[in-house]
Design a protein. Structure first.
Length: 320
């Protein structure tokens, strides 16, 4: 049946290209908000092995900020949390222990090579992840190239709660689970021992989170329900939630990542009649409709319409 759809591209020429896809569109979220910035990333040039960074940002402008916390979820088939890092050494012939320049953030995800031959953990070497120490069972031969490829920490404190603003600011980054696609709770607060409790001010970046691209496709970057911006009132001597994702999700803006070609519905890196057929089935739908297909909603406006058809037609025939 699909082979009979090759006439469909002829219909594309009948489209009047008056529909512009706004790639910088932001969702309507209520003030104050915590946002993933950029909210939408559509970039087919982001290939496996490259890094991709988002900021977790709040537009809150008050001066009573005491702490924040957030967690994230993502698609581990497309993104892995952490920065891809490679260390190399030249063996002395007697050296058995090598130290990575950063701590690997995901246990059992490292790849260790000697002269480009992949070695086996617990047979050829053991590794202590807390210090990044690699110990070989037998010392690599003199002049051999030893190489370790791993993911190091991709969570860096922003400018909202820092020692620059207050010397007692504390920051604790979460850890990545690239099997489940989760970043555990990341927290910052201002330590205090006496009243009044010190606070700082917004707006600002809670933290920057860097991923390594590991595949082609799409990924929601979703802030967890435990995302909170907490304040302190000296007048009432009480802590309170300025933003709480669990109870007021309308104050939370999640993110979306795609490195597929715009118009590529089925993810085969080609925009062709099959994609047009899929879009035609979903045309006019919205979330909740039986024919809804989120892969056809290229501009992420929760409707599949002529803007999405225009995007597909503009890219028709492209392949990477």
């Amino acid at each position: 049946m699909r082979n009979n759809l090759l006439w469909i591209p002829l219909m594309i020429s009948l489209i009047v290209y008056v529909f512009i896809v706004d790639m910088n569109r932001f969702s309507t979220v209520e003030y104050p908000a915590i946002k993933v910035v950029p909210e939408i990333t559509l970039d087919e040039t982001l290939k496996p092995g490259m890094n991709y960074t988002v900021s977790i940002y709040t537009d809150y402008s008050g001066s009573d900020v005491w702490s924040y916390e957030f967690s994230l979820s993502y698609n581990p088939n497309v993104l892995h949390g952490g920065i891809n890092k490679t260390d190399t050494w030249i063996a002395t012939g007697t050296q058995t222990i090598f130290y990575t320049s950063q701590k690997p953030v995901v246990p059992h995800s490292e790849k260790v090579y000697v002269n480009n031959i992949l070695k086996t953990r617990d047979v050829d070497y053991i590794i202590k992840y807390d210090i990044g120490g690699i110990k070989f069972t037998t010392a690599p031969s003199l002049g051999a190239e030893v190489k370790a490829v791993y993911l190091c920490d991709g969570v860096v404190n922003g400018d909202l709660i820092t020692t620059y603003k207050h010397p007692d600011a504390k920051f604790s980054p979460g850890t990545f689970n690239n099997t489940l696609g989760k970043l555990s709770l990341t927290v910052a607060y201002i330590y205090y021992t006496t009243k009044p409790v010190p606070t700082t001010y917004g707006p600002g970046i809670l933290a920057n989170v860097t991923f390594t691209v590991v595949g082609y496709g799409t990924s929601d970057i979703t802030l967890g329900d435990d995302t909170i911006l907490k304040g302190y009132s000296a007048a009432t001597d009480m802590f309170y939630d300025i933003i709480n994702a669990k109870y007021k999700p309308e104050h939370i803006q999640h993110g979306f990542f795609s490195n597929k070609i715009l118009g590529d519905v089925n993810g085969n890196r080609t925009v062709d009649a099959f994609d047009l057929f899929d879009l035609s089935k979903a045309f006019g739908s919205k979330p909740g409709d039986p024919s809804w297909n989120p892969n056809c909603d290229f501009n992420r406006d929760n409707k599949i319409d002529t803007s999405d058809l225009s995007t597909l037609s503009t890219n028709y025939g492209r392949s990477i």
